[in-house]
Design a protein around this ligand. Sequence first.
Ligand SMILES: [Zn+2]
Ligand SMILES: [Zn+2]
Length: 350
Amino acid sequence: MSEVRAYAAQSPESGLAPFSIARRAPRPDDVVIEIDYCGICHSDLHTAYNDWGGTVYPVVPGHEIVGRVTAVGAAVKDFKPGEVVGVGCMVDSCRTCASCADGLEQYCEQGWVGTYNGQDRHDGSPTHGGYSERIVVSERFVLRIPAALDPAAAAPLLCAGITTYSPLKHFDVGKGHRVGVVGMGGLGHMGVKFARALGAEVTVFTRSASKVEEAKKHGAHHVIISTDEAGMEAALASFDFILDTVPVPHDLNPYLNALRRDGTLILVGLLEPIEPALQAFPIVFGRRRLAGSLIGGLPETQEMLDFCAENGITCDIEMLDIRNINEAYERMQRSDVRYRFVIDLATLKS
Ligand SMILES: [Zn+2]
Ligand SMILES: [Zn+2]
């Protein structure tokens, strides 16, 4: 065991403050990682504030982790000290169910172990995330960060990136497809970059006219202001896929109506009941589909990182001194970040 510095929330109201946590001595299959960068995901904030219930305090958030290997257990084959590696949302799963056997650990039938606010499968200890100096993770859940990627800008790929890449790949999005992306935040801007790189014709749906130029800069061919009735009318029955990244309840019916026959509306942001109610008519009369998708498994996350290296894709980030973390959370609640904060962990160590 070793003590490491971290930032933790002690209660829903406490905000984050310096804290000390224990990291286990490496087991035979463990990789010890000195953390350099950690992206800040909206899940971090919801967990720190206990918005979803179930937060066990103290909690150290952070699941977009990039760092360097400093030591490995005796049985580790794929990693060695000095390599740049990443850890995303999961640090373990049952490893034996049908989903795990398929490399789809995010759908583990026993439930996967979260990088934070989870429970270690061996000793029951709480898992703590990347707002810390160091983490110890089984090699199956460690990813290789290609040398071509800027390590700080690669960190958010481990959640925001894979969340949008996985459904586009699952549904074979590519050349000849018209793809809509709803929302232009951390997830949405990555969805635009991936859909474009996969060869699709990309349209962003956004509420704010101020995001038109940014959307085009990220690769969107077209932008529709979702409050503009004429624009939405013109979009009827024209998309093969729509990737909806908006995390708060909103009317999905206009997006179902914007799909072609056999088109698919994919939810990756919404975890709440759908309101207002879905209309069955556009689904039945157009054989349209409503689908969901959750992050991605380890093999696909590695594939996504390699795809990003080949295509020059990273996340647009704002670097953060960890001492300003509470202010960053407040800014995120106002959507005042382009598009992801990444903590420079050197500011924790200094
Ligand atoms: Zn996340
Ligand atoms: Zn499993």
